[in-house]
Design a protein around this ligand. Structure first.
Ligand code: P6P
Length: 346
């Protein structure tokens, strides 16, 4: 639903965060971390939208005038995200798709939140200007792994201790969201009080509230799977996939929509209903997507919108990662659609 207001009052992300702080949904430290994440997303949006031009000028993604190899956009995006979080001073540890191990942030002087993120998911789509996105999740401060750090501790011994503390189940998430870089730049966020959608107004560079308390339709006849992997799937999954093509009672089969970018496919599923799936297959025993910074944040969001996130048998948010880049199969979207695939896989 779009925000109703008589005077058509514009609510920006900044004012929304302050409202959530006033109601006690989040504290001041979280407000600062989320504001720094939104700043990172604005910067990445600008980089993504100018990528072809920058490549042309050799500013990044190619070889620049000095002949140095320029960084790929997902590496640059990782630096943007990390720098914004570090300068927030409220982040204790960051775990990124682009970092082998979690990084203990020296600059944190308050708050100490754990932030997990995929700075630019779907980046292989950049050259074709297809939607991409940044995905993030925020966990409780992990003082225990930073506590009693003493002189003979090295930074990577602290980081090793922090790895354990980063591996929390998604049910511990305090906040999760994504920024989709598409025809509009869309920032979607939940802090546990429902799902809110903000659209970047390029006129003045602010995220403006455009939908509040989004509810995903209970069912939807759109499915997003890479059917190119059909031959590699379990037989039960093949039966499920075949069933979507039968007209059924409604007389109409499902429609296939697959962008090849989780954030784009998820956002459409959130608003229109349906299901996105990345199953395990004979080649990828645990599927392709990462639990910590892709599946868990998206599952927190979808549950806040009345949907469901599953690995085919159990709730994604109940799974505790055993290692940072652990992969899990993902079925996410409308409750009735995820229930349906779970029945086939039982
Ligand atoms: P495939 C992008 O690489 C990604 O991680 C998701 O954003 C996307 O949904 C999926 O992988 C696409 O993978 O194997 O279908 O190309």
């Amino acid at each position: 639903t779009s925000p109703k207001s008589s005077s058509y009052e514009i609510v920006t992300l900044t004012t929304w965060l302050l409202q959530q702080e006033r109601t006690g949904a989040i504290d001041n430290e979280m407000t600062i971390v989320l504001a720094s994440i939104s700043t990172a997303c604005k910067q990445i949006a600008a980089l993504v939208q100018r990528a072809p031009i920058s490549n042309l000028t050799g500013v990044q993604g190619a070889v620049n005038v000095q002949g140095e190899d320029q960084k790929k956009l997902d590496v640059v995006s990782n630096e943007v995200f990390s720098n914004c979080l570090k300068s927030s001073g409220r982040t204790g540890v960051i775990a990124s798709e682009e970092e082998d191990v979690p990084v203990a942030v020296e600059q944190s002087y308050s708050g100490n939140y754990i932030v997990v993120f995929d700075p630019l998911d779907g980046s292989s789509n950049i050259d074709a200007a297809v939607s991409t996105g940044s995905i993030f999740g925020i966990y409780n401060p992990n003082d225990e792994c930073l506590a009693d750090v003493d002189d003979n501790d090295t930074l990577d011994s602290v980081e090793q201790r922090c790895i354990v503390n980063v591996c929390q189940p998604g049910s511990n998430l305090l906040a999760a969201g994504y920024c989709m870089y598409s025809s509009s730049v869309i920032f979607v966020l939940t802090v546990g009080t429902g799902v809110y959608v903000f659209t970047l107004d390029p006129m003045y560079g602010e995220f403006v509230l455009t939908q509040e308390k989004v509810q995903i339709p209970k069912a939807g006849k759109i499915y997003a799977f890479n059917e190119g992997n059909y031959a590699l799937w379990d037989d039960k999954l093949k039966l499920y996939m075949d069933s979507l093509k039968e007209p059924g009672d409604s007389g109409k089969p499902y429609s296939a929509r697959y962008i090849g970018s989780l954030v784009g496919d998820f956002h459409r599923t959130l608003l229109y209903g349906g299901i996105y799936g990345y199953p395990r297959d004979k080649k990828s025993k645990n599927g392709k997507l990462r639990l910590l910074y892709e599946c868990a944040p998206m599952s927190f969001i979808v549950e806040q919108a009345g949907g469901k996130g599953s690995d085919g048998h159990q709730r994604i948010l109940d799974i505790t990662p055993t290692e940072i880049h652990q992969r899990v199969p993902l079925y996410i979207g409308s409750v009735e659609e995820v229930d349906k695939v779970e029945k086939f896989l039982a």
